[in-house]
Each structure stands twice: as C-alpha cells, then as structure tokens.
Design a protein around this ligand. Structure first.
Ligand code: SF4
Length: 309
C-alpha cells in the first residue's frame, strides 16, 4: 500500500532477521497434519479475527457466537473498520486502473484523476454496506467525512509514490511502475481449513509474497500480533510459502488528519505457539458447550460489551 515504504520495511526486516533465529519446521503451516498444528475438531472452521480479537479472557465471546449462535452487535467502530478497509481497496483498484487506462501519467495527474469522483465513490461504498441502516444520521455523516479524508490521503500518497518511482527510472515501463507504486496484493484470499480456520480468509495485504499485513482502524492492542500469525500459518498451509514477518498497520483519523503507525513482527516460534493455544482453547469452548463465565472485568471495548448476558 502507498503508506508502506517497502525500503524501510526491508531495513526493519533485515534487523529482525539478525535478532531472531530460524523458525522450527514443525511450526510451519505446511506441516498442518502434525500434532501441534492439526485442529482439535474436524469440520469446524473459525475466522482468524474471531479467534485473535481476544477482548475476552474467558472466551465467552466464542461461546456466545459459536455455541449460542448470538453474533456481536455492530458498533460504530465495527462499521468504520469495514468502510476504511473498503476505501483502501478502492483507491488501490482505481490507481491501478487509471495507470492501465491512461498509461504513464505523473503524480499530479494521477491525484486529480483519483479525486474526480471521490464523493460519489464514498457514497456508493456507504450504500454497499447499508451504513444508514446501522448508524444514526450524524454518525453516517461523520463516517462519510472520515472516509473522504482517508481517500484523499491515500490518493496523495499514491501520487507522491508514483513521482518518486518515476524519478528513479531511466526507461519507465508501465508494468514495473505499477508493481513499484503498489507493491502489495489487496484482500488476498487463502484457505485455512487445514488448520481449522475459515476457507476464505481475507488477508488485508500481502507484500512481496512474504509479508502479511493487517490494517487496523482502532486502538493498538497487543493481541493484534496473533492475527498476522494466524494469517501467516494459513498462507503456509495453503500456498506452501514461508511467511516470517507480518505488519499491523494502524490507521487513525483525527481532526481531518490521517495517522499511520506500522508495527512489524517476526512471526517466530513463540507467536506461533501462542496463536495455536488460542485456537485450541476456542475449540475447547465449542466442544464443551458450557458457559465459561465472565472475566472479573469486562473491557469496554469488547464487541459484546453491553450485549453479554
Ligand atoms: S462482555 Fe465480558 S464476558 Fe462478554 S464477551 Fe466481552 S469480555 Fe467476555
């Protein structure tokens, strides 16, 4: 994505490589049939976010959703997450299609072409997600404004990156320009069933076929590192590609400014084991079918907060 500087990421990845060793082969996703990786129950497949958004230490969220079939209510934050993700995807798609249609243009031209129908694009996205049926009118307007700010920010980043790429190439060729401006696959789908995960896991971004990237639109939480770990294992099991690194990219919009914070992780043995413990405990909860009860304190940011009785 435009806000990821792959040179900077390469530098951090090299640092991480020198700090951490290799990864135990038995913890690679392609060894899905061994005792550690194979899922405890066959025929049940869980989402990576569902497992790893560990707001609830007793796993009551899993019990409510999977045993009582009671989904979490949609909050403003949930819907904001959908819309921000969709906006990111839309700008990437549009930037690519403008470059394919118009050929090698410069940054300002790309920027103006991206912005021409920004407002209509955002309205279409809000309609696609039926946002007005979940939110009050003032919340819809707030979200619309945020989505426009994010769209404009990404368009500017794309234009700046295009100019930077063009400035380094003596003989620019369209395909190589596009791959340098947009060095990621967006919403890559992988099948995680061999590990007890969903068959259509959507990875927000996949860079250079070796780094999984998750976009988050809320506060920084330590458990987000398990989301990229789950995706890394799923890619390894589905595509036989080793994934050693992941990035959690936080997008925050405040007073019309977009702030991006990237956290890069080495997906080593410890993270892999911890993710598998979370997965196995979730399966335990489903298999037992008994209410695990509430933790001593429920965090207000839990998706079930206020709807957990
Ligand atoms: S409200 Fe409390 S008990 Fe219910 S899912 Fe959230 S953290 Fe768990």
């Amino acid at each position: 994505m435009f806000f990821l500087d792959m040179l900077e990421i390469d530098r951090v990845v090299r640092q991480l490589k020198s700090m951490y060793g290799s990864i135990d082969e038995s913890l690679r996703g392609w060894n899905w049939s061994n005792e550690i990786l194979s899922p405890p129950i066959n025929g049940i497949y869980l989402g990576v976010s569902e497992l790893t958004n560990r707001y609830c230490s007793t796993y009551r969220d899993i019990y409510l959703k999977r045993v009582l079939s009671k989904p979490a209510p949609y909050s403003y934050k949930t819907i904001r997450g959908w819309i921000y993700h969709r906006v990111c995807k839309k700008v990437v798609e549009k930037a690519k299609s403008i470059l394919y249609l118009e050929g090698i243009v410069n940054g300002p031209k790309l920027y103006s072409s991206l912005l021409i129908d920004r407002s209509d694009e955002i309205s279409r996205i809000l309609e696609e997600y039926k946002v007005s049926s979940y939110l009050r009118e003032n919340e819809v307007q707030k979200l619309k404004r945020e989505a426009e700010v994010l769209y404009g920010f990404l368009a500017l980043q794309a234009a700046a990156r295009l100019d930077r790429v063009l400035s380094h190439l003596a003989r620019p060729e369209l395909e190589s320009i596009i791959s340098k401006v947009i060095p990621v696959d967006v919403e890559r789908i992988v099948n995680g069933q061999l590990l007890g995960l969903s068959s259509e896991l959507r990875i927000d971004m996949f860079a250079d076929k070796r780094i999984v990237i998750e976009i988050k639109t809320g506060e920084i939480r330590d458990f987000h590192k398990y989301t990229i770990t789950g995706y890394a294992l799923a890619v390894e099991s589905d595509l036989d590609i080793p994934i050693d690194y992941g990035i959690v990219s936080y997008i925050l919009i405040s007073r019309e400014n977009v702030k991006i914070r990237n956290k890069i992780y080495f997906i080593g043995d410890e993270l892999r084991r911890e993710f598998l413990e979370i997965r196995d405990e979730a399966f335990n909860i489903i298999q037992r079918g008994i209410d695990p009860g509430k933790p001593p304190e429920c965090p207000e940011y839990c998706i079930y907060y206020g709807a957990c009785s």
